[in-house]
Write a protein that binds this ligand. Structure first.
Ligand code: MLT
Length: 411
Protein backbone atom coordinates (compact mmCIF):
# COMPACT_ATOMS: atom_id res chain seq x y z
CA UNK A 1 0.00 0.00 0.00
CA UNK A 2 1.15 3.53 -0.71
CA UNK A 3 2.66 5.22 2.31
CA UNK A 4 1.52 8.68 3.42
CA UNK A 5 3.60 11.46 4.93
CA UNK A 6 3.26 10.65 8.64
CA UNK A 7 4.28 14.19 9.58
CA UNK A 8 0.86 15.43 8.40
CA UNK A 9 -0.72 13.31 11.13
CA UNK A 10 1.04 15.45 13.75
CA UNK A 11 -0.78 18.62 12.61
CA UNK A 12 -3.18 20.01 15.18
CA UNK A 13 -6.84 20.34 14.16
CA UNK A 14 -7.51 22.50 11.10
CA UNK A 15 -5.51 25.41 9.79
CA UNK A 16 -6.73 28.43 11.80
CA UNK A 17 -8.68 30.25 9.10
CA UNK A 18 -10.59 27.22 7.78
CA UNK A 19 -11.47 26.44 11.42
CA UNK A 20 -12.85 29.96 11.85
CA UNK A 21 -14.70 29.53 8.54
CA UNK A 22 -16.22 26.30 9.84
CA UNK A 23 -17.50 27.98 13.03
CA UNK A 24 -18.85 30.96 11.09
CA UNK A 25 -20.64 28.64 8.63
CA UNK A 26 -22.24 26.74 11.52
CA UNK A 27 -23.35 30.03 13.06
CA UNK A 28 -24.90 31.19 9.77
CA UNK A 29 -26.74 27.89 9.34
CA UNK A 30 -28.12 28.09 12.87
CA UNK A 31 -28.99 31.80 12.55
CA UNK A 32 -30.16 32.32 8.97
CA UNK A 33 -31.91 35.60 9.86
CA UNK A 34 -28.81 37.30 11.24
CA UNK A 35 -26.21 35.78 8.88
CA UNK A 36 -26.51 38.70 6.44
CA UNK A 37 -25.68 41.10 9.26
CA UNK A 38 -22.34 39.46 10.03
CA UNK A 39 -19.17 41.57 9.57
CA UNK A 40 -15.97 39.67 8.88
CA UNK A 41 -12.81 41.06 10.47
CA UNK A 42 -11.14 37.66 10.84
CA UNK A 43 -8.86 36.74 7.97
CA UNK A 44 -6.92 39.70 6.61
CA UNK A 45 -8.56 39.73 3.22
CA UNK A 46 -8.77 42.96 1.23
CA UNK A 47 -12.18 44.42 0.36
CA UNK A 48 -11.48 47.45 -1.82
CA UNK A 49 -11.37 47.31 -5.65
CA UNK A 50 -8.13 46.66 -7.54
CA UNK A 51 -6.21 49.85 -8.38
CA UNK A 52 -7.13 51.22 -11.83
CA UNK A 53 -3.47 51.11 -12.96
CA UNK A 54 -3.35 47.36 -12.31
CA UNK A 55 -6.70 46.74 -14.01
CA UNK A 56 -5.72 48.67 -17.13
CA UNK A 57 -2.34 46.91 -17.37
CA UNK A 58 -4.03 43.55 -16.94
CA UNK A 59 -6.60 44.31 -19.65
CA UNK A 60 -4.01 45.39 -22.19
CA UNK A 61 -1.91 42.32 -21.38
CA UNK A 62 -4.95 40.15 -22.07
CA UNK A 63 -5.41 41.96 -25.40
CA UNK A 64 -1.75 41.27 -26.24
CA UNK A 65 -2.39 37.58 -25.63
CA UNK A 66 -5.33 37.81 -28.02
CA UNK A 67 -3.10 38.72 -31.00
CA UNK A 68 -0.87 36.27 -32.82
CA UNK A 69 2.08 38.69 -32.97
CA UNK A 70 2.08 39.42 -29.22
CA UNK A 71 0.84 36.09 -27.85
CA UNK A 72 3.01 34.53 -25.11
CA UNK A 73 3.11 30.99 -23.76
CA UNK A 74 5.22 29.90 -20.78
CA UNK A 75 7.09 32.75 -19.17
CA UNK A 76 10.38 32.53 -17.23
CA UNK A 77 9.86 30.50 -14.04
CA UNK A 78 11.51 33.20 -11.93
CA UNK A 79 9.27 35.94 -13.31
CA UNK A 80 9.45 38.27 -16.29
CA UNK A 81 12.47 40.61 -16.40
CA UNK A 82 10.19 43.68 -16.56
CA UNK A 83 8.63 42.86 -13.18
CA UNK A 84 11.88 41.75 -11.51
CA UNK A 85 13.47 45.05 -12.59
CA UNK A 86 10.47 47.16 -11.44
CA UNK A 87 10.58 45.50 -8.01
CA UNK A 88 14.35 45.69 -7.53
CA UNK A 89 14.32 49.35 -8.57
CA UNK A 90 11.06 50.51 -6.94
CA UNK A 91 11.21 48.63 -3.65
CA UNK A 92 14.95 48.54 -3.08
CA UNK A 93 17.45 50.54 -5.16
CA UNK A 94 15.33 53.72 -5.13
CA UNK A 95 15.47 53.46 -1.34
CA UNK A 96 19.24 52.95 -1.34
CA UNK A 97 19.05 49.18 -0.75
CA UNK A 98 21.29 46.93 -2.85
CA UNK A 99 19.27 44.20 -4.60
CA UNK A 100 19.89 42.89 -8.14
CA UNK A 101 17.03 42.17 -10.54
CA UNK A 102 17.94 38.48 -10.66
CA UNK A 103 17.75 38.18 -6.88
CA UNK A 104 13.97 38.75 -7.16
CA UNK A 105 11.86 35.59 -7.62
CA UNK A 106 8.25 36.32 -8.59
CA UNK A 107 5.65 33.96 -7.15
CA UNK A 108 1.96 33.54 -6.47
CA UNK A 109 2.10 34.35 -2.76
CA UNK A 110 4.19 34.73 0.38
CA UNK A 111 2.19 31.98 2.07
CA UNK A 112 3.43 29.57 -0.63
CA UNK A 113 6.99 30.93 -0.59
CA UNK A 114 7.42 30.84 3.19
CA UNK A 115 6.32 27.20 3.06
CA UNK A 116 8.16 26.19 -0.12
CA UNK A 117 11.46 27.70 1.00
CA UNK A 118 11.96 24.66 3.24
CA UNK A 119 12.62 22.62 0.07
CA UNK A 120 16.13 24.10 -0.12
CA UNK A 121 17.00 23.46 3.53
CA UNK A 122 18.11 20.09 4.84
CA UNK A 123 17.03 18.04 7.83
CA UNK A 124 18.22 18.78 11.33
CA UNK A 125 18.00 22.56 11.30
CA UNK A 126 17.03 24.15 14.62
CA UNK A 127 14.00 26.28 13.85
CA UNK A 128 13.13 29.43 15.81
CA UNK A 129 9.58 30.73 15.54
CA UNK A 130 7.81 33.53 17.37
CA UNK A 131 4.75 32.85 19.51
CA UNK A 132 2.15 34.09 18.51
CA UNK A 133 2.90 33.52 14.83
CA UNK A 134 1.41 33.25 11.35
CA UNK A 135 0.52 29.52 11.52
CA UNK A 136 1.99 28.69 8.09
CA UNK A 137 5.58 28.80 9.41
CA UNK A 138 4.83 26.19 12.06
CA UNK A 139 2.63 23.89 9.99
CA UNK A 140 5.02 23.76 7.03
CA UNK A 141 7.86 22.76 9.36
CA UNK A 142 5.66 20.02 10.78
CA UNK A 143 4.84 18.81 7.25
CA UNK A 144 8.54 18.83 6.33
CA UNK A 145 9.36 16.62 9.32
CA UNK A 146 11.33 19.28 11.16
CA UNK A 147 9.42 18.78 14.43
CA UNK A 148 8.26 16.12 16.83
CA UNK A 149 4.71 15.82 18.15
CA UNK A 150 2.67 18.63 19.66
CA UNK A 151 1.96 18.76 23.39
CA UNK A 152 -1.41 19.68 24.95
CA UNK A 153 -0.71 23.38 24.50
CA UNK A 154 -0.14 22.82 20.77
CA UNK A 155 3.64 23.41 20.96
CA UNK A 156 5.72 21.06 18.77
CA UNK A 157 8.81 19.32 20.08
CA UNK A 158 11.92 20.54 18.32
CA UNK A 159 10.74 24.10 17.61
CA UNK A 160 12.42 26.86 19.56
CA UNK A 161 9.47 29.13 20.42
CA UNK A 162 10.22 32.80 21.05
CA UNK A 163 7.44 34.41 23.11
CA UNK A 164 6.27 37.83 21.96
CA UNK A 165 4.48 39.65 24.75
CA UNK A 166 3.42 43.16 25.62
CA UNK A 167 6.50 43.26 27.90
CA UNK A 168 8.92 42.82 24.97
CA UNK A 169 6.74 44.90 22.62
CA UNK A 170 6.10 41.71 20.62
CA UNK A 171 9.71 41.53 19.41
CA UNK A 172 11.39 38.35 20.73
CA UNK A 173 14.58 38.14 22.76
CA UNK A 174 17.68 36.92 20.93
CA UNK A 175 18.08 33.18 21.73
CA UNK A 176 20.78 32.33 24.23
CA UNK A 177 21.60 29.10 22.35
CA UNK A 178 22.20 28.33 18.69
CA UNK A 179 19.40 28.11 16.11
CA UNK A 180 19.72 27.77 12.33
CA UNK A 181 16.53 29.16 10.76
CA UNK A 182 14.73 32.13 12.29
CA UNK A 183 11.28 33.27 11.16
CA UNK A 184 10.61 36.97 11.73
CA UNK A 185 7.62 38.95 10.41
CA UNK A 186 7.52 42.75 10.70
CA UNK A 187 5.17 44.61 10.61
CA UNK A 188 3.91 41.62 12.48
CA UNK A 189 1.03 39.36 11.78
CA UNK A 190 -0.83 38.91 14.14
CA UNK A 191 0.26 41.52 16.73
CA UNK A 192 0.67 44.53 14.42
CA UNK A 193 4.01 45.27 16.15
CA UNK A 194 7.04 46.64 14.32
CA UNK A 195 10.77 46.06 14.84
CA UNK A 196 13.19 48.97 15.05
CA UNK A 197 16.46 49.18 13.12
CA UNK A 198 18.31 48.48 16.37
CA UNK A 199 16.31 45.33 17.05
CA UNK A 200 16.79 44.03 13.51
CA UNK A 201 20.50 44.81 13.72
CA UNK A 202 20.75 42.62 16.82
CA UNK A 203 19.05 39.78 14.91
CA UNK A 204 21.37 40.16 11.92
CA UNK A 205 24.41 40.16 14.21
CA UNK A 206 23.14 37.02 15.94
CA UNK A 207 22.45 35.30 12.60
CA UNK A 208 25.88 36.13 11.24
CA UNK A 209 27.67 35.08 14.41
CA UNK A 210 25.82 31.74 14.41
CA UNK A 211 25.67 31.04 10.64
CA UNK A 212 21.88 31.20 10.93
CA UNK A 213 19.44 32.37 8.27
CA UNK A 214 16.59 34.80 8.91
CA UNK A 215 13.40 34.18 6.93
CA UNK A 216 12.01 37.71 6.98
CA UNK A 217 8.35 38.10 6.08
CA UNK A 218 7.77 41.74 5.10
CA UNK A 219 4.33 41.23 3.53
CA UNK A 220 2.95 44.22 5.47
CA UNK A 221 5.82 46.68 4.93
CA UNK A 222 3.64 49.06 2.88
CA UNK A 223 1.56 49.83 5.99
CA UNK A 224 4.50 51.40 7.86
CA UNK A 225 3.67 55.04 8.62
CA UNK A 226 6.74 55.87 10.69
CA UNK A 227 9.72 56.38 8.37
CA UNK A 228 12.21 55.45 11.08
CA UNK A 229 10.98 51.82 10.99
CA UNK A 230 12.81 49.59 8.46
CA UNK A 231 10.69 48.29 5.58
CA UNK A 232 13.26 45.72 4.57
CA UNK A 233 15.70 43.54 6.51
CA UNK A 234 18.29 44.59 3.89
CA UNK A 235 18.33 48.09 5.38
CA UNK A 236 20.47 46.47 8.07
CA UNK A 237 24.13 46.10 7.20
CA UNK A 238 25.15 42.48 6.72
CA UNK A 239 21.60 41.22 6.12
CA UNK A 240 22.41 40.17 2.55
CA UNK A 241 24.69 37.52 4.08
CA UNK A 242 22.01 36.07 6.37
CA UNK A 243 18.44 36.84 5.25
CA UNK A 244 15.78 35.90 2.71
CA UNK A 245 12.95 38.43 2.40
CA UNK A 246 9.35 37.66 1.43
CA UNK A 247 7.01 40.31 0.07
CA UNK A 248 3.57 40.32 -1.44
CA UNK A 249 1.23 42.44 -3.53
CA UNK A 250 -1.75 40.91 -1.71
CA UNK A 251 -2.33 43.57 0.86
CA UNK A 252 -0.86 46.75 -0.68
CA UNK A 253 -2.19 46.16 -4.21
CA UNK A 254 -5.35 44.31 -3.23
CA UNK A 255 -4.03 41.13 -4.93
CA UNK A 256 -5.26 38.47 -2.45
CA UNK A 257 -7.41 37.02 -5.24
CA UNK A 258 -5.17 38.04 -8.15
CA UNK A 259 -2.05 36.37 -6.61
CA UNK A 260 1.41 37.86 -6.98
CA UNK A 261 4.33 38.12 -4.58
CA UNK A 262 8.10 37.78 -4.58
CA UNK A 263 11.02 36.47 -2.60
CA UNK A 264 14.50 37.99 -2.47
CA UNK A 265 17.43 35.59 -2.24
CA UNK A 266 20.77 37.46 -2.24
CA UNK A 267 23.56 35.72 -4.13
CA UNK A 268 25.99 35.87 -1.23
CA UNK A 269 23.64 33.99 1.11
CA UNK A 270 25.29 30.67 2.01
CA UNK A 271 24.39 27.47 3.83
CA UNK A 272 26.37 24.34 4.57
CA UNK A 273 26.15 21.07 2.57
CA UNK A 274 26.58 17.58 4.05
CA UNK A 275 30.37 17.84 3.77
CA UNK A 276 30.49 21.17 5.61
CA UNK A 277 31.17 23.16 2.42
CA UNK A 278 29.40 26.53 2.15
CA UNK A 279 27.18 26.83 -0.90
CA UNK A 280 25.05 29.65 -2.29
CA UNK A 281 21.29 29.25 -1.82
CA UNK A 282 20.39 31.48 -4.81
CA UNK A 283 20.90 28.78 -7.49
CA UNK A 284 19.06 26.24 -5.36
CA UNK A 285 15.94 28.41 -5.09
CA UNK A 286 16.16 29.20 -8.79
CA UNK A 287 16.38 25.46 -9.54
CA UNK A 288 13.48 24.73 -7.18
CA UNK A 289 11.27 27.28 -8.89
CA UNK A 290 12.24 26.05 -12.38
CA UNK A 291 11.33 22.51 -11.44
CA UNK A 292 8.14 23.01 -9.43
CA UNK A 293 6.68 26.32 -10.59
CA UNK A 294 5.75 28.11 -13.81
CA UNK A 295 5.54 31.58 -12.30
CA UNK A 296 2.51 33.86 -12.44
CA UNK A 297 0.43 34.64 -15.51
CA UNK A 298 1.59 37.40 -17.85
CA UNK A 299 -1.44 39.71 -17.24
CA UNK A 300 -0.94 39.43 -13.46
CA UNK A 301 2.77 40.28 -13.73
CA UNK A 302 1.90 43.30 -15.90
CA UNK A 303 -0.66 44.34 -13.26
CA UNK A 304 1.97 44.06 -10.51
CA UNK A 305 4.44 46.09 -12.60
CA UNK A 306 1.78 48.83 -12.97
CA UNK A 307 1.73 49.29 -9.19
CA UNK A 308 5.18 50.89 -9.56
CA UNK A 309 3.98 53.52 -12.09
CA UNK A 310 3.27 57.03 -10.76
CA UNK A 311 -0.49 56.41 -10.96
CA UNK A 312 -0.09 52.94 -9.42
CA UNK A 313 1.92 54.28 -6.47
CA UNK A 314 -0.71 56.94 -5.81
CA UNK A 315 -3.54 54.37 -5.93
CA UNK A 316 -1.66 51.98 -3.61
CA UNK A 317 -1.12 54.81 -1.18
CA UNK A 318 -4.88 55.56 -1.20
CA UNK A 319 -5.60 51.91 -0.38
CA UNK A 320 -3.10 51.93 2.47
CA UNK A 321 -4.58 55.18 3.83
CA UNK A 322 -8.03 53.67 3.70
CA UNK A 323 -7.07 50.54 5.67
CA UNK A 324 -4.90 52.45 8.12
CA UNK A 325 -7.81 54.86 8.71
CA UNK A 326 -9.87 51.78 9.61
CA UNK A 327 -7.12 50.56 11.94
CA UNK A 328 -7.14 53.93 13.74
CA UNK A 329 -10.92 53.78 14.27
CA UNK A 330 -10.72 50.22 15.61
CA UNK A 331 -7.88 51.15 17.96
CA UNK A 332 -9.82 54.14 19.30
CA UNK A 333 -13.02 52.14 19.81
CA UNK A 334 -11.20 49.42 21.77
CA UNK A 335 -9.32 51.98 23.87
CA UNK A 336 -12.57 53.86 24.62
CA UNK A 337 -14.09 50.76 26.15
CA UNK A 338 -11.02 50.31 28.30
CA UNK A 339 -9.32 47.44 26.45
CA UNK A 340 -5.56 47.33 26.14
CA UNK A 341 -4.73 47.84 22.44
CA UNK A 342 -1.57 47.09 20.44
CA UNK A 343 -0.66 47.34 16.75
CA UNK A 344 -2.78 49.12 14.17
CA UNK A 345 -0.37 52.06 13.88
CA UNK A 346 2.03 50.67 11.28
CA UNK A 347 0.13 47.51 10.42
CA UNK A 348 -3.42 46.59 9.38
CA UNK A 349 -3.97 44.39 12.45
CA UNK A 350 -5.16 45.55 15.85
CA UNK A 351 -4.16 43.22 18.70
CA UNK A 352 -6.41 43.59 21.72
CA UNK A 353 -6.28 42.09 25.22
CA UNK A 354 -9.51 40.25 26.04
CA UNK A 355 -11.63 41.69 28.85
CA UNK A 356 -10.92 40.08 32.24
CA UNK A 357 -12.34 36.59 32.68
CA UNK A 358 -12.67 35.63 29.02
CA UNK A 359 -10.18 33.70 26.91
CA UNK A 360 -9.56 34.29 23.23
CA UNK A 361 -11.86 31.59 21.79
CA UNK A 362 -14.48 32.74 24.35
CA UNK A 363 -14.06 36.22 22.94
CA UNK A 364 -14.39 34.88 19.40
CA UNK A 365 -17.69 33.17 20.32
CA UNK A 366 -18.99 36.23 22.15
CA UNK A 367 -18.18 38.57 19.27
CA UNK A 368 -19.77 36.15 16.81
CA UNK A 369 -22.94 35.48 18.79
CA UNK A 370 -23.54 38.88 20.39
CA UNK A 371 -21.85 41.45 18.13
CA UNK A 372 -22.16 39.45 14.90
CA UNK A 373 -18.52 40.31 14.17
CA UNK A 374 -15.87 37.76 13.20
CA UNK A 375 -12.50 38.36 14.84
CA UNK A 376 -9.49 36.03 15.15
CA UNK A 377 -8.75 34.46 18.54
CA UNK A 378 -5.17 35.13 19.63
CA UNK A 379 -4.71 31.54 20.83
CA UNK A 380 -5.08 30.39 17.22
CA UNK A 381 -1.67 31.96 16.54
CA UNK A 382 0.07 30.13 19.40
CA UNK A 383 -0.20 29.74 23.15
CA UNK A 384 1.32 33.19 23.83
CA UNK A 385 -1.62 34.63 21.87
CA UNK A 386 -4.04 33.41 24.54
CA UNK A 387 -5.81 36.35 26.19
CA UNK A 388 -5.78 38.42 22.98
CA UNK A 389 -7.86 38.78 19.86
CA UNK A 390 -6.98 40.24 16.47
CA UNK A 391 -9.20 42.58 14.47
CA UNK A 392 -8.36 42.98 10.80
CA UNK A 393 -8.65 46.50 9.40
CA UNK A 394 -9.30 45.14 5.90
CA UNK A 395 -12.89 46.20 5.37
CA UNK A 396 -15.08 49.01 4.08
CA UNK A 397 -15.21 52.19 6.19
CA UNK A 398 -18.93 51.67 6.73
CA UNK A 399 -18.39 48.18 8.14
CA UNK A 400 -15.54 49.30 10.39
CA UNK A 401 -17.67 52.12 11.82
CA UNK A 402 -20.41 49.58 12.49
CA UNK A 403 -17.89 47.19 14.13
CA UNK A 404 -16.80 50.05 16.42
CA UNK A 405 -20.44 50.68 17.44
CA UNK A 406 -21.03 46.96 18.05
CA UNK A 407 -17.83 46.61 20.09
CA UNK A 408 -18.98 49.46 22.34
CA UNK A 409 -22.49 47.99 22.67
CA UNK A 410 -21.26 44.47 23.40
CA UNK A 411 -18.38 45.04 25.83
C1 MLT B 1 -4.17 36.64 7.92
O1 MLT B 1 -5.33 36.94 8.12
O2 MLT B 1 -3.38 36.35 8.81
C2 MLT B 1 -3.69 36.65 6.50
O3 MLT B 1 -4.67 37.09 5.64
C3 MLT B 1 -3.31 35.31 6.09
C4 MLT B 1 -2.56 35.32 4.80
O4 MLT B 1 -2.13 36.37 4.32
O5 MLT B 1 -2.38 34.22 4.30
Amino acid sequence: MARLNDHYLKLKAGYLFPEIGRRVKAFCEDNPDTAGNLIRCGIGDVTEPLPAAAREAMKSAVDELGKKESFRGYGPEQGYDFLRAAIAEGDYRERGIEVDDDEIFVSDGSKCDTGNILDIFGAGNRIAITDPVYPVYVDTNVMAGNTGDADESGAYAGIHYMPCTAENNFVPEIPSGKVDLIYLCYPNNPTGATATGEQLTAWVEYARANDAIILYDAAYQAFIQDDSIPRSIYQVEGARQCAIEFRSFSKNGGFTGVRCAFTVVPKELLAEDATGQKQSLHPLWSRRQSTKFNSVSYPVQRAAEALYSEAGKEQVSQLINHYMGNAGLLRDACAEIGLSVHGGENAPYVWVACPAGIDSWGMFDRMLNEAKVVITPGAGFGSAGEGFFRISAFNSRENVEEVCRRLKDTL
